[in-house]
Each structure stands twice: as C-alpha cells, then as structure tokens.
Design a protein. Structure first.
Length: 468
C-alpha cells in the first residue's frame, strides 16, 4: 500500500501564496478603482462590472473546480489555475478599454475558482494531527488578513506609480508570484486525488450562472430599464428549474452543485442565509466607501487603502474571539450582535464623512471601518458554524462547496447592488448616495438581526444547534 504523500512546510507556503492571489485581487482593485476609471474612460457602472464579473465567474466554477481536482489531480488543477491567473492578470494589466478589462477579470475569476479549492483539499489529504491543525490555522488566518494586506499593498503600489504603471502594477505583481509558485511547486507540492470522485454537475453550474446573470445585469445596468427588467423576471422560473434539476440529481445519487437536502435542517438553512447576507453586504460596503474616498474626498489610493487596514485587522481579531463568544452566547445572538455592530459602523462611516468631508482623517475612518470589520467577523463566523454544524461528515465536502458558491455569488450581487444604488443617487451628492446605499443595507441588517433572535423561539433547537 502506497504511503500517504506529505506536504512540506515550503509547499504549504506556496499554497498559501496561491491562496492570497484571488483574495488580494479584490482588495487591490478596490483601492485602484478611481485611477482605473479615468484610464479606461468608464463610469461607476463599468467599475461595478469590473468587480462583480470577477465574483460571478468565481462563483460559477468554484464547486466544479473542487470536483475537477478530486478527479484529475489537485496539484494539476492548481497549476492550471495558477497559470491561467498569471495570463489573465497580464490581460488586465495591458487592458486599454473596458471590454478587455472585463474579459481579463472574467478569466481571473474562473482561474481563481480552479486553484482555490485545491489548497484546503491538499492540506486535508497530506497532513494529520498537529501539522494539519497548524496548516488550517494558517489558512484561515491568511484569509482574515487578506483584506488588510490587499488594501494596504494595493494603495501603496498604485500611489508609488512604479515604472509609471499606476494601477496596472496591481495586476502585473501577480505574474512573478505565479511563476514562483509554478517553478518551486513542481517538487514541493504533492499530487493527490479523491478515492471516490464526485460526478460533475454541468447543468447546475450553467443554470446557476444564468440565474446570477439574470439578477446581476438588470441591477448593474439599472439605467436601461425596463428592457432588462425582463431578465429579472426570468430569474424566478430559472431558480425553480435549478432547484428541480438539483433535486433530481440528488435522488439519482449524483453530486448536485446545491444539494436540496442540505437546506432541510433549520440551523443549516439559517447559516446559509446568514452567509449570503454577510457576503452581500461586505463587498458593497468596501466598494462604495473606497469610491467615495477617492472620487469625492480626493484620497490617494494609498490613503484609501490605509483607511481599511483597521477593518482587516479587527476582522482577524474578531474571528479569533468568535469561538469563545459563540460557545458562551450562541450563534444566533452573536450573529444578531454582529449585525447591530455593523449597522453602527455604517452609521459612523456616513456620519464622519458628512461632518468632516475632505478634512476627515484616516484615524477617524479607521474607527468606523474597524467597527464594520468586527461586526462582519461576528456574523460570518457565527453563520459559518451554523451552516456546517448539522451537516453529516459524508456531506461536508458538498456543503463546503455549496457555501463557497453562495458566498461568491452574493459577493458579485452585493457589489452590483451597492454600486448601482450609489450611481443612481450620485446626482444628489455623494453624501446622499452613500446614505441611501448604506440605509438599504441597514434595513437588511435589522431584518437579519430580528430573524436571528426570533428563529430559536420558532424552532426547537438542541444546545448544539444554538451554540456549536
């Protein structure tokens, strides 16, 4: 019997470097939006598409990416993803117009979806015991710090204007990292496969992508209503058909993209709803705030990036604290508390900008963004625990893939929604646009807080369901 392949420490470092690429790219692009808009001669709508298409393509393929790795080899698919990400980054860096940039971002999302699932799967397949626990901790810690690192690095790179490349360096910086991972990873990252390979759900993937497009396009291009409103109406029967297809596939013993049986348990269903809400709110807040700081308050990309460092750091610390808090108070209460904390952060962000305008300091903004980071950490970790607490071990992989798919889909929709509302209200001034956008997000937060506090009274929950 062949011995289990082992992942050396330097191989883990290379996997983490690969993990950072797609995670950092959202943050880096976020602080380069204003400069990109001027160079590419595009409006706020075009900038929304640059961010949202990345999330859309990531969402549509991430579950399939995991299954391709299980079937054809995780190292092989990881390398294909890294290679494609380098080429897509070069395409974005050389973009001279919006269309070329959108194609590059679409490819970046697809390649990111290929490489990301292989990282945790490789860790699970090659490490055990203390080494496995340490590697998982590194993986989750890096994910928590990626926002702060991306904002800081992106702001510095764009402001430094290295080789007079402005925002383009934010994409070109990916290429040497990809080449390093490819060259060194050949020997340091072992190849692994799943013993039982799941089936490919191409029908589910295609329908889910169409569903997202039917919602994303009308929301993003709101000025072209009512013609595009037909797409929004088409999303209803499309969603019903997707659910029916997934149900049939599950009954046939196949591996659907979104297994309907996962959502029969109330705790799991509530966790998925919570994850969807957080990943809908979070990117929209970052997008609109970064755009306001640079376009309305004349912040440089570096100043804009520095304004979000507190958000990333507090998010990281909040994630570490969340396990203790959920064990003491329960997931439902922690999520509701996180929603109210985030609401406070939205109010402070709007209030500080309205009061101080161009005289606002990074320290003042850091108070507001830090509170948002804490609230999001509380909500996200509580929702994550609820989503997976009652999932049977043999369904853990499917649940994780479904959760990633929902997260990335809401990432794209949340950016599109916040960006569209902001752009529509901009004629009334940037403070009014910001207040309207955050006001609508606040209503969603209040609704979720009420729902989380009401759910335990509506359903009989075991102690595990409420505090696991």
């Amino acid at each position: 019997m062949a011995s289990q392949p082992r992942l050396p420490i330097f191989g883990l470092i290379l996997l983490v470097a690969g993990q950072l690429l797609p995670q950092l790219d959202f943050s880096i692009v976020n602080v380069a939006l204003s400069a990109m808009g001027h160079t590419l001669h595009t409006s706020a709508t075009g900038l929304v598409l640059i961010v949202a298409l990345y999330g859309l393509s990531f969402a549509s393929l991430i579950a399939t990416g995991a299954r391709l790795g299980d079937r054809y080899g995780r190292k092989r698919i990881f390398f294909i993803g890294i290679s494609g990400f380098a080429l897509a980054s070069a395409l974005c860096g050389f973009a001279n117009g919006l269309v070329m940039m959108l194609v590059g971002r679409l490819l970046q999302g697809l390649c990111g979806a290929l490489l990301m699932p292989q990282i945790m799967a490789t860790i699970h397949a090659t490490l055990t015991g203390q080494q496995h626990s340490r590697a998982v901790s590194i993986y989750t810690s890096v994910a928590g710090l990626a926002v702060a690192l991306g904002q800081m690095l992106g702001g510095w790179l764009v402001s430094a204007n290295i080789f007079d490349l402005s925002w383009r360096i934010a994409f070109f910086i990916n290429i040497p990292i990809c080449l390093l991972v490819l060259m060194a990873g050949t020997r340091l990252i072992p190849e692994t496969r799943a013993t039982n390979t799941p089936t490919m759900d191409f029908a589910g993937m295609g329908l889910f992508t169409l569903l997202l497009l039917c919602i994303l396009l009308p929301v993003t291009l709101a000025e072209h209503w009512p013609p595009l409103g037909i797409l929004l109406l088409a999303a209803i029967p499309l969603g019903r058909h997707l659910w029916r297809i997934e149900h049939v596939q599950e009954q046939q013993g196949r591996s659907p993209l979104l297994p309907p049986s996962l959502f029969r348990n109330e705790t799991t269903r509530t966790g998925f709803i919570g994850e969807a809400v957080v990943t809908f709110l979070y990117p929209g807040y970052l997008f609109v705030t970064a755009l306001t700081l640079q376009d309305a308050l004349a912040f440089s990309p570096r100043q804009s990036g520095d304004s979000f460092i507190a958000l990333g750091l507090v998010y990281f610390l909040g994630s570490l604290l969340s396990r203790y808090l959920t064990q003491r108070f329960g997931n439902y209460r922690i999520f509701a508390s996180g929603a109210m904390t985030t609401l406070l952060g939205l109010v402070l962000t709007t209030g500080f900008i309205q009061v101080w305008h161009t005289h606002i300091s990074i320290m003042q903004l850091s108070i507001a963004t830090g509170i948002v980071g804490l609230g999001n950490a509380m909500m996200l970790t509580a929702a994550f625990r609820m989503a997976l607490a009652k999932v049977a071990p043999h369904h853990a992989g499917e649940a994780s893939s479904a959760l990633n798919t929902i997260q990335q889909g809401c990432f794209a929709l949340g950016t599109a929604f916040a960006g569209a509302i902001y752009a529509l209200m901009l004629n009334h001034g940037y403070v009014a646009a910001l207040a309207t956008t955050f006001g609508l997000l606040a209503l969603l937060l209040i609704g979720m807080a009420y729902y989380m506090l009401k759910v335990p009274r509506l359903y009989i929950c075991t102690p595990d369901e409420s505090i696991s």
